[in-house]
Design a protein around this ligand. Structure first.
Ligand code: ADP
Ligand code: X15
Length: 400
């Protein structure tokens, strides 16, 4: 196990890693459940007179969602109902000056860690600990706190480098998500277990299908991952069109695995039978036999939504990771919301995961109490379900 913030003496200078990776609309970050959860940890740290500098990331280089954390500092300020300083630098002179000025009970957000060359790519923790990023920032603080459970599967400098060279602790979100997700992995179910997989990060989900096949009886696929499986099944969908960058790269990397899984798990995989798209501003639907390569499909269709909802209703346990469509747009929320509603109406055991996907519960007036566990983690939570350990937690445990 790891040390937690209960083990910290008060009044320390802390470097705190949180995960406020959020949806971005027109360049502006949107609030998600992660801010409120981390705000609880931060409130506690500030009340204990710690001086807190925050490290976090947003998006991936080259994507539209790769933006500054300035807007995130404002969202945090709203949650905490206090000023939150931001510096447009992570470990250069400006950042060091701002850290120097930081006093007990104050909070500073450092710039997006992924804007530093040392943060990415994934390398061994020892390699990450030996970077200029870590060597420059670590001496400025008394201790490091990792609260970023939802990024704990990434071997990046801000997650695995600092705990190797500093006194390191887990924050409240790390502690609660770790406990909840680890206990789910140990549960056994007598009845049918269904997993709904969607969202944009197919590369995180595809390996999971093979790893949880002992526990999960059937997989309902939607979102980008579902379209890639439909492409493997011979349909004209799952290609980058209209400037999207979700499909072709993931297809090139995963094609063989997708085709293998499609043939080996034919009995347990459910693919959409119809999809929805934007037809001059209106939602329109088409059977998968009629898909066209140059159309962007934004949700599973109504027949698919109904079928997936029925499968969820008949299950003893349902795990959801990733949205079945672009639920942020009401016209394309039907698939995601139908499955979530079906879960909420039954007494099956359920877990809904994903920083983006978990937003749908509140957005569409569902009650979080109707779900077994709502995780703000996506990729980390599905890895925990497979029993895989998360590298940033391994490193935290090593420093105990
Ligand atoms: N067909 C689709 N095309 C584009 N985006 C999609 C599609 N289906 C789902 N999405 C998007 O997937 C996002 C969630 O995916 P992802 O970030 O991988 O999951 P999470 O953050 O919940 O783990 C949602 O914000 C939704 O808009
Ligand atoms: O949002 C995240 O993951 P998730 O979408 O799987 O929940 C984490 O911040 C990790 O981000 P990444 O998948 O760009 O490394």
């Amino acid at each position: 196990m790891f040390k937690t913030i209960d083990d910290l003496e008060s009044g320390q200078r802390l470097l705190v890693r949180i995960d406020i990776n959020a949806p971005v609309e027109d360049g502006v970050p949107q609030d998600n459940r992660r801010f409120a959860r981390h705000a609880e940890t931060l409130r506690e740290l500030l009340a204990d007179d710690h001086a807190v500098a925050l490290l976090a990331h947003q998006g991936r280089p080259g994507r539209d969602t790769f933006v500054s954390l300035e807007g995130h500092a404002d969202i945090l300020a709203d949650h905490l109902d206090r000023d939150v300083d931001f510096v447009a630098d992570t470990y250069g002179e400006d950042a060091l000056a701002a850290i120097d000025d930081l006093e007990g009970g104050e909070l500073l957000v450092l710039e997006n860690a992924r804007m530093c060359d040392d943060e990415l790519p994934e390398e061994e923790p020892e390699v990450k600990a030996d970077t200029e990023f870590v060597e420059t920032l670590a001496p400025e603080f008394d201790a490091y706190v990792n609260d970023a459970y939802s990024a704990a599967h990434r071997s990046h400098a801000s997650l695995v480098g600092f705990p190797l060279v500093m006194d390191a602790y887990a924050g409240r979100v790390m502690e609660t998500e770790y406990t909840a997700n680890s206990s789910i992995q140990e549960r056994e179910f007598d009845g049918t277990v269904t997993m709904a997989l969607g969202g944009t990060k197919a590369e995180d989900l595809i390996p999971v299908i093979e790893q949880v096949d002992d526990t999960v009886d059937r997989f309902c696929l939607g979102g980008i991952v579902g379209e890639l499986f439909l492409r493997a099944d011979g349909h004209d969908v799952g290609y980058d069109v209209e400037g999207t960058d979700f499909f072709d790269e993931q297809w090139d990397e995963q094609q063989e695995t997708i085709e293998r899984i499609l043939s080996e798990y034919a009995d347990s995989l459910h693919l959409a039978s119809d999809l929805a798209y934007d037809d001059d501003g209106e939602r329109a639907e088409v059977d998968v036999e009629g898909l066209e390569k140059d159309t962007s499909y934004l949700d599973v269709g109504s027949d698919t939504a109904e079928k997936y909802a029925d499968l969820a209703r008949e299950s003893e346990a349902v795990f959801v990771k990733g949205a079945l469509g672009v639920f942020e747009d009401e016209r394309f929320a039907h698939g995601t919301v139908s499955v979530l509603e079906a879960i909420s109406e039954t007494d099956c055991f359920s877990v809904v995961g994903g920083g983006d996907t978990s937003r749908a519960i509140e957005m569409y007036g569902l009650d979080e109490d109707d779900f077994g566990h709502v995780s703000i983690a996506g990729g980390a939570y599905v890895r925990a379900l497979t029993g895989e350990s998360l590298v940033a937690i391994e490193v935290l445990e090593r420093t105990d």
